[in-house]
Design a protein around this ligand. Structure first.
Ligand SMILES: Cc1ncc(COP(=O)(O)O)c(C=O)c1O
Length: 402
Protein backbone atom coordinates (compact mmCIF):
# COMPACT_ATOMS: atom_id res chain seq x y z
CA UNK A 1 0.00 0.00 0.00
CA UNK A 2 1.23 3.43 -0.87
CA UNK A 3 1.74 6.52 1.26
CA UNK A 4 1.72 9.99 -0.26
CA UNK A 5 4.99 11.48 -1.45
CA UNK A 6 4.14 14.50 0.70
CA UNK A 7 4.10 12.47 3.90
CA UNK A 8 7.13 10.42 2.92
CA UNK A 9 9.21 13.54 2.36
CA UNK A 10 8.33 14.95 5.78
CA UNK A 11 10.81 14.65 8.64
CA UNK A 12 10.01 13.80 12.23
CA UNK A 13 10.22 16.89 14.41
CA UNK A 14 13.78 17.37 15.68
CA UNK A 15 12.20 18.78 18.83
CA UNK A 16 10.38 15.56 19.65
CA UNK A 17 12.17 12.76 17.84
CA UNK A 18 14.71 12.08 20.61
CA UNK A 19 11.95 11.78 23.22
CA UNK A 20 12.05 7.91 23.16
CA UNK A 21 15.74 8.07 24.16
CA UNK A 22 14.79 10.51 26.92
CA UNK A 23 12.07 8.15 28.11
CA UNK A 24 14.52 5.23 28.14
CA UNK A 25 16.99 7.29 30.22
CA UNK A 26 14.20 8.17 32.65
CA UNK A 27 13.29 4.47 32.95
CA UNK A 28 16.87 3.85 34.02
CA UNK A 29 16.28 6.38 36.82
CA UNK A 30 18.24 9.23 35.21
CA UNK A 31 16.90 12.74 35.61
CA UNK A 32 16.59 14.28 32.14
CA UNK A 33 16.61 18.09 31.93
CA UNK A 34 14.20 18.87 29.07
CA UNK A 35 15.88 21.67 27.12
CA UNK A 36 14.58 20.29 23.83
CA UNK A 37 11.10 21.73 23.90
CA UNK A 38 9.49 25.14 24.41
CA UNK A 39 7.31 23.93 27.25
CA UNK A 40 7.52 26.62 29.94
CA UNK A 41 7.50 25.56 33.58
CA UNK A 42 5.84 28.85 34.59
CA UNK A 43 2.50 28.43 36.34
CA UNK A 44 -0.49 29.06 34.07
CA UNK A 45 -2.39 32.10 35.40
CA UNK A 46 -5.19 31.19 37.80
CA UNK A 47 -7.52 33.10 35.48
CA UNK A 48 -7.37 30.20 33.04
CA UNK A 49 -8.49 27.64 35.61
CA UNK A 50 -11.22 29.99 36.84
CA UNK A 51 -12.36 30.38 33.24
CA UNK A 52 -12.92 26.62 32.99
CA UNK A 53 -15.62 26.99 35.63
CA UNK A 54 -17.41 29.54 33.45
CA UNK A 55 -18.82 26.69 31.39
CA UNK A 56 -22.31 26.23 32.80
CA UNK A 57 -24.19 24.35 30.08
CA UNK A 58 -25.27 20.77 30.84
CA UNK A 59 -24.21 19.75 27.32
CA UNK A 60 -20.65 20.19 26.11
CA UNK A 61 -21.53 21.68 22.72
CA UNK A 62 -19.62 22.50 19.59
CA UNK A 63 -18.50 26.11 19.45
CA UNK A 64 -18.90 28.26 16.32
CA UNK A 65 -16.22 27.51 13.71
CA UNK A 66 -14.82 31.01 14.05
CA UNK A 67 -14.55 30.66 17.82
CA UNK A 68 -16.61 31.63 20.85
CA UNK A 69 -17.68 35.26 20.99
CA UNK A 70 -16.05 35.62 24.41
CA UNK A 71 -12.72 34.35 23.11
CA UNK A 72 -12.78 36.52 20.02
CA UNK A 73 -13.68 39.57 22.10
CA UNK A 74 -10.89 38.87 24.56
CA UNK A 75 -8.31 38.70 21.75
CA UNK A 76 -9.65 41.95 20.26
CA UNK A 77 -9.21 43.57 23.67
CA UNK A 78 -5.71 42.13 24.03
CA UNK A 79 -4.60 43.53 20.64
CA UNK A 80 -5.92 46.97 21.55
CA UNK A 81 -3.28 47.06 24.28
CA UNK A 82 -0.71 46.54 21.51
CA UNK A 83 -2.36 49.30 19.45
CA UNK A 84 -3.65 46.80 16.90
CA UNK A 85 -7.31 47.14 15.96
CA UNK A 86 -9.19 44.09 14.80
CA UNK A 87 -12.83 43.75 13.91
CA UNK A 88 -14.66 40.56 14.68
CA UNK A 89 -14.59 39.20 11.13
CA UNK A 90 -10.81 39.58 10.96
CA UNK A 91 -9.88 36.74 13.27
CA UNK A 92 -10.47 33.05 13.82
CA UNK A 93 -9.67 31.02 16.93
CA UNK A 94 -7.53 27.99 16.06
CA UNK A 95 -6.14 24.84 17.64
CA UNK A 96 -2.97 26.59 18.69
CA UNK A 97 -0.69 28.68 16.54
CA UNK A 98 0.11 25.40 14.80
CA UNK A 99 -3.29 25.17 13.16
CA UNK A 100 -3.12 28.87 12.30
CA UNK A 101 0.09 28.24 10.30
CA UNK A 102 -1.44 25.27 8.55
CA UNK A 103 -4.61 27.23 7.69
CA UNK A 104 -2.60 30.16 6.34
CA UNK A 105 -0.47 27.95 4.08
CA UNK A 106 -3.42 25.89 2.86
CA UNK A 107 -5.28 29.06 1.96
CA UNK A 108 -2.54 30.80 0.00
CA UNK A 109 -0.47 27.95 -1.49
CA UNK A 110 -1.05 25.63 -4.39
CA UNK A 111 1.19 22.62 -4.91
CA UNK A 112 4.77 23.71 -5.75
CA UNK A 113 4.23 27.26 -4.55
CA UNK A 114 7.07 28.72 -2.51
CA UNK A 115 7.33 30.36 0.90
CA UNK A 116 10.48 32.31 1.68
CA UNK A 117 11.71 31.91 5.25
CA UNK A 118 14.88 33.04 7.05
CA UNK A 119 16.78 30.00 8.31
CA UNK A 120 17.22 28.60 10.84
CA UNK A 121 13.43 28.61 11.28
CA UNK A 122 10.80 27.01 13.47
CA UNK A 123 11.11 23.50 12.16
CA UNK A 124 7.38 22.83 11.88
CA UNK A 125 7.06 25.53 9.18
CA UNK A 126 8.75 22.99 6.92
CA UNK A 127 6.33 20.24 7.92
CA UNK A 128 3.26 22.39 7.43
CA UNK A 129 4.51 23.59 4.04
CA UNK A 130 5.22 20.04 2.91
CA UNK A 131 1.79 18.91 4.05
CA UNK A 132 0.21 21.29 1.52
CA UNK A 133 2.77 20.51 -1.18
CA UNK A 134 4.46 23.91 -0.90
CA UNK A 135 8.19 24.44 -0.79
CA UNK A 136 10.22 26.33 1.79
CA UNK A 137 12.81 28.56 0.12
CA UNK A 138 15.29 29.63 2.78
CA UNK A 139 17.71 32.50 3.00
CA UNK A 140 20.46 32.28 5.54
CA UNK A 141 20.75 34.34 8.70
CA UNK A 142 23.93 34.03 10.72
CA UNK A 143 24.70 33.52 14.39
CA UNK A 144 27.52 36.07 14.25
CA UNK A 145 25.01 38.69 13.04
CA UNK A 146 22.59 37.78 15.83
CA UNK A 147 20.40 36.12 13.15
CA UNK A 148 19.28 39.53 11.88
CA UNK A 149 18.03 39.81 8.32
CA UNK A 150 20.42 40.12 5.38
CA UNK A 151 19.98 42.86 2.78
CA UNK A 152 16.82 43.33 0.77
CA UNK A 153 18.66 42.09 -2.33
CA UNK A 154 19.53 38.77 -0.69
CA UNK A 155 15.89 38.21 0.18
CA UNK A 156 14.43 39.36 -3.15
CA UNK A 157 16.91 37.17 -5.05
CA UNK A 158 14.88 34.20 -3.75
CA UNK A 159 11.58 35.43 -5.21
CA UNK A 160 10.16 33.58 -8.24
CA UNK A 161 6.75 33.56 -9.87
CA UNK A 162 5.86 30.73 -7.47
CA UNK A 163 6.56 32.77 -4.32
CA UNK A 164 3.42 33.40 -2.29
CA UNK A 165 4.69 34.78 1.01
CA UNK A 166 7.50 35.64 3.34
CA UNK A 167 7.14 33.91 6.68
CA UNK A 168 8.93 34.97 9.85
CA UNK A 169 8.81 34.27 13.52
CA UNK A 170 9.44 37.48 15.46
CA UNK A 171 10.78 37.09 18.14
CA UNK A 172 12.48 34.14 16.55
CA UNK A 173 12.35 30.48 17.36
CA UNK A 174 15.02 29.02 17.37
CA UNK A 175 17.22 32.11 16.99
CA UNK A 176 15.98 34.43 19.73
CA UNK A 177 16.27 37.35 17.30
CA UNK A 178 13.99 40.38 17.66
CA UNK A 179 13.73 42.30 14.40
CA UNK A 180 14.20 46.05 14.43
CA UNK A 181 11.56 48.37 13.05
CA UNK A 182 13.74 48.86 9.95
CA UNK A 183 13.82 45.11 9.36
CA UNK A 184 10.06 44.74 9.65
CA UNK A 185 9.73 47.74 7.33
CA UNK A 186 12.01 46.03 4.82
CA UNK A 187 9.87 42.87 4.88
CA UNK A 188 6.78 45.03 4.36
CA UNK A 189 8.39 46.81 1.41
CA UNK A 190 9.32 43.52 -0.24
CA UNK A 191 5.80 42.15 0.17
CA UNK A 192 4.32 45.32 -1.30
CA UNK A 193 6.74 45.45 -4.20
CA UNK A 194 6.42 41.77 -5.13
CA UNK A 195 2.74 41.28 -4.24
CA UNK A 196 3.31 38.76 -1.44
CA UNK A 197 1.69 37.92 1.87
CA UNK A 198 3.67 38.37 5.07
CA UNK A 199 2.97 35.53 7.49
CA UNK A 200 3.94 37.03 10.82
CA UNK A 201 4.25 34.51 13.62
CA UNK A 202 4.21 36.62 16.76
CA UNK A 203 3.56 33.97 19.41
CA UNK A 204 6.55 35.25 21.44
CA UNK A 205 5.52 38.93 21.26
CA UNK A 206 5.88 39.46 25.03
CA UNK A 207 9.29 37.79 25.28
CA UNK A 208 11.61 40.64 24.38
CA UNK A 209 14.60 41.42 26.61
CA UNK A 210 17.10 44.19 27.30
CA UNK A 211 14.36 46.82 26.99
CA UNK A 212 14.24 46.37 23.20
CA UNK A 213 11.29 47.77 21.31
CA UNK A 214 8.92 45.32 19.64
CA UNK A 215 7.59 45.96 16.14
CA UNK A 216 4.57 43.96 15.03
CA UNK A 217 4.12 43.40 11.30
CA UNK A 218 0.71 44.99 11.79
CA UNK A 219 2.36 48.31 12.63
CA UNK A 220 3.11 48.54 8.89
CA UNK A 221 -0.26 50.05 8.06
CA UNK A 222 0.32 50.25 4.32
CA UNK A 223 0.54 46.44 4.03
CA UNK A 224 -1.91 45.42 6.72
CA UNK A 225 -4.08 43.57 4.18
CA UNK A 226 -1.04 41.41 3.32
CA UNK A 227 -0.23 40.43 6.90
CA UNK A 228 -1.43 37.05 8.15
CA UNK A 229 -0.93 37.07 11.90
CA UNK A 230 -0.22 33.81 13.71
CA UNK A 231 -0.76 33.91 17.44
CA UNK A 232 -1.23 31.67 20.44
CA UNK A 233 -1.73 31.63 24.20
CA UNK A 234 0.68 28.66 24.55
CA UNK A 235 3.80 30.65 25.42
CA UNK A 236 2.26 33.95 26.47
CA UNK A 237 0.33 32.40 29.34
CA UNK A 238 2.23 29.15 29.67
CA UNK A 239 -0.88 27.36 28.45
CA UNK A 240 0.52 25.02 25.80
CA UNK A 241 -1.93 22.26 26.62
CA UNK A 242 -4.96 24.47 26.01
CA UNK A 243 -4.29 24.44 22.25
CA UNK A 244 -5.73 27.89 21.71
CA UNK A 245 -4.34 30.12 19.01
CA UNK A 246 -5.51 32.46 16.35
CA UNK A 247 -5.14 33.45 12.73
CA UNK A 248 -5.97 37.07 11.99
CA UNK A 249 -5.76 39.46 9.10
CA UNK A 250 -7.08 42.86 8.08
CA UNK A 251 -7.73 41.11 4.76
CA UNK A 252 -11.33 40.04 5.37
CA UNK A 253 -11.49 38.09 2.10
CA UNK A 254 -8.57 35.93 3.26
CA UNK A 255 -10.28 35.24 6.58
CA UNK A 256 -13.50 34.39 4.74
CA UNK A 257 -11.58 31.84 2.66
CA UNK A 258 -9.90 30.34 5.73
CA UNK A 259 -13.37 29.91 7.25
CA UNK A 260 -14.12 27.21 4.68
CA UNK A 261 -11.54 24.91 6.26
CA UNK A 262 -12.57 25.96 9.74
CA UNK A 263 -16.14 24.92 9.05
CA UNK A 264 -14.82 21.58 7.83
CA UNK A 265 -12.86 21.01 11.03
CA UNK A 266 -15.93 22.18 12.98
CA UNK A 267 -14.49 24.00 15.99
CA UNK A 268 -11.84 24.46 18.66
CA UNK A 269 -12.55 22.90 22.11
CA UNK A 270 -15.25 24.91 23.87
CA UNK A 271 -14.09 24.79 27.48
CA UNK A 272 -10.50 25.72 26.61
CA UNK A 273 -11.80 28.66 24.61
CA UNK A 274 -13.83 29.91 27.56
CA UNK A 275 -10.87 29.51 29.86
CA UNK A 276 -8.61 31.33 27.38
CA UNK A 277 -11.13 34.19 27.18
CA UNK A 278 -10.69 34.76 30.90
CA UNK A 279 -6.92 35.19 30.51
CA UNK A 280 -7.57 38.79 29.53
CA UNK A 281 -8.05 39.37 33.27
CA UNK A 282 -4.48 38.27 34.05
CA UNK A 283 -2.81 41.07 36.02
CA UNK A 284 -0.03 43.05 34.31
CA UNK A 285 2.41 41.99 37.02
CA UNK A 286 2.24 38.44 35.67
CA UNK A 287 4.08 39.49 32.52
CA UNK A 288 6.53 41.69 34.41
CA UNK A 289 7.50 38.74 36.63
CA UNK A 290 7.66 36.28 33.77
CA UNK A 291 9.81 38.57 31.68
CA UNK A 292 12.28 39.09 34.53
CA UNK A 293 12.44 35.35 35.07
CA UNK A 294 13.16 34.61 31.41
CA UNK A 295 15.74 37.34 31.19
CA UNK A 296 17.55 35.84 34.19
CA UNK A 297 17.41 32.40 32.57
CA UNK A 298 18.69 33.77 29.29
CA UNK A 299 21.61 35.35 31.11
CA UNK A 300 22.56 32.14 32.92
CA UNK A 301 22.26 30.04 29.80
CA UNK A 302 24.31 32.40 27.69
CA UNK A 303 26.98 32.96 30.32
CA UNK A 304 27.45 29.24 30.92
CA UNK A 305 27.38 28.33 27.24
CA UNK A 306 29.91 31.02 26.39
CA UNK A 307 32.33 29.60 28.94
CA UNK A 308 32.38 26.14 27.34
CA UNK A 309 35.51 25.93 25.17
CA UNK A 310 34.74 25.90 21.45
CA UNK A 311 31.05 26.80 21.79
CA UNK A 312 29.83 29.71 19.66
CA UNK A 313 26.58 31.43 20.55
CA UNK A 314 25.26 34.97 20.42
CA UNK A 315 23.16 36.33 23.26
CA UNK A 316 19.51 36.02 22.17
CA UNK A 317 17.21 39.00 22.75
CA UNK A 318 13.81 37.34 22.53
CA UNK A 319 11.68 34.18 22.81
CA UNK A 320 13.31 31.47 24.95
CA UNK A 321 15.76 29.62 22.76
CA UNK A 322 19.37 29.75 21.73
CA UNK A 323 21.18 28.13 18.84
CA UNK A 324 24.72 27.11 19.74
CA UNK A 325 27.48 25.84 17.49
CA UNK A 326 29.46 23.03 19.17
CA UNK A 327 33.00 21.83 18.48
CA UNK A 328 31.72 18.44 17.30
CA UNK A 329 30.74 16.93 13.98
CA UNK A 330 27.14 16.05 14.54
CA UNK A 331 24.66 17.58 17.00
CA UNK A 332 22.16 14.76 16.64
CA UNK A 333 24.70 12.04 17.45
CA UNK A 334 25.79 14.03 20.48
CA UNK A 335 22.17 14.62 21.58
CA UNK A 336 21.46 10.87 21.38
CA UNK A 337 24.70 10.00 23.18
CA UNK A 338 23.80 12.35 26.04
CA UNK A 339 20.63 10.31 26.54
CA UNK A 340 21.97 6.81 25.96
CA UNK A 341 25.54 6.90 27.27
CA UNK A 342 26.03 9.82 29.60
CA UNK A 343 24.90 10.99 32.99
CA UNK A 344 26.51 13.02 35.72
CA UNK A 345 25.25 12.46 39.27
CA UNK A 346 22.40 10.58 37.59
CA UNK A 347 21.40 13.58 35.49
CA UNK A 348 21.56 14.35 31.78
CA UNK A 349 20.20 16.91 29.30
CA UNK A 350 17.90 16.55 26.30
CA UNK A 351 18.12 19.19 23.56
CA UNK A 352 17.19 19.53 19.89
CA UNK A 353 19.73 18.99 17.11
CA UNK A 354 19.58 22.17 14.99
CA UNK A 355 19.94 20.57 11.56
CA UNK A 356 16.18 20.14 11.29
CA UNK A 357 15.73 23.91 11.70
CA UNK A 358 17.49 24.45 8.36
CA UNK A 359 16.22 23.68 4.87
CA UNK A 360 19.65 23.99 3.24
CA UNK A 361 21.40 20.64 3.21
CA UNK A 362 24.45 20.49 5.46
CA UNK A 363 23.67 23.56 7.54
CA UNK A 364 23.28 23.35 11.29
CA UNK A 365 24.75 19.83 11.57
CA UNK A 366 27.13 20.92 14.33
CA UNK A 367 24.54 23.09 16.06
CA UNK A 368 21.95 22.46 18.74
CA UNK A 369 18.93 24.40 19.98
CA UNK A 370 18.39 24.80 23.70
CA UNK A 371 15.24 26.18 25.24
CA UNK A 372 15.43 27.96 28.58
CA UNK A 373 12.11 26.89 29.97
CA UNK A 374 13.54 25.70 33.28
CA UNK A 375 13.98 27.64 36.52
CA UNK A 376 17.38 29.25 37.04
CA UNK A 377 18.67 26.64 39.49
CA UNK A 378 17.75 23.69 37.28
CA UNK A 379 18.99 25.48 34.19
CA UNK A 380 22.31 26.27 35.77
CA UNK A 381 22.78 22.62 36.78
CA UNK A 382 21.66 21.45 33.33
CA UNK A 383 24.30 23.64 31.70
CA UNK A 384 27.00 22.18 33.98
CA UNK A 385 25.89 18.67 33.03
CA UNK A 386 25.93 19.65 29.34
CA UNK A 387 29.45 21.07 29.64
CA UNK A 388 30.70 17.86 31.30
CA UNK A 389 28.92 15.75 28.70
CA UNK A 390 30.46 17.68 25.85
CA UNK A 391 33.92 17.39 27.36
CA UNK A 392 33.53 13.63 27.74
CA UNK A 393 32.04 13.22 24.25
CA UNK A 394 34.94 15.08 22.68
CA UNK A 395 37.39 12.95 24.63
CA UNK A 396 35.75 9.74 23.37
CA UNK A 397 35.42 10.97 19.81
CA UNK A 398 39.01 12.21 19.73
CA UNK A 399 40.02 15.69 18.71
CA UNK A 400 40.80 14.73 15.12
CA UNK A 401 37.29 15.57 13.95
CA UNK A 402 37.22 19.05 15.48
C1 LIG B 1 7.40 30.15 16.42
C2 LIG B 1 6.29 29.25 16.83
N1 LIG B 1 5.13 29.34 16.20
C3 LIG B 1 4.10 28.55 16.52
C4 LIG B 1 4.21 27.60 17.50
C5 LIG B 1 3.04 26.72 17.79
O1 LIG B 1 2.56 26.85 19.08
P1 LIG B 1 1.13 26.35 19.53
O2 LIG B 1 0.56 25.47 18.48
O3 LIG B 1 1.33 25.66 20.82
O4 LIG B 1 0.33 27.59 19.68
C6 LIG B 1 5.42 27.46 18.20
C7 LIG B 1 5.60 26.43 19.23
O5 LIG B 1 6.66 26.17 19.74
C8 LIG B 1 6.48 28.31 17.85
O6 LIG B 1 7.66 28.24 18.46
Amino acid sequence: MKFSNRILSMQYSPIRKLAPYGDAAKKKGIHVYPLNIGQPDIETPQQFMEGVANYKDAVLKYAQSQGLDETIESFIKYYKEWKIDFEKDELIITNGGSEAISLALTTICDVDDEIIIPEPFYTNYGGFAEAVGAKVVPFITKAEEGFHLPTKEVITSKITNKTRALMVSNPGNPTGVVYTEAEVRMLADICKEYDLFLIADEVYREFVYDGLKYTSALYMKDIEDRVILIDSISKRYSACGARIGLVASKNKELIAQIMKICQTRLCVPTIEQLAAANLINTPKEYFEKVLMEYEARRNILHEKLSKIPGVVCEKPTGAFYVVAKLPIKNGEDFAKWMLTDFSHNNKTVMFAPAEGFYATEGLGVDEIRLSYCLNTEALSDAMDVLALGLEKYMEIQGTAQI
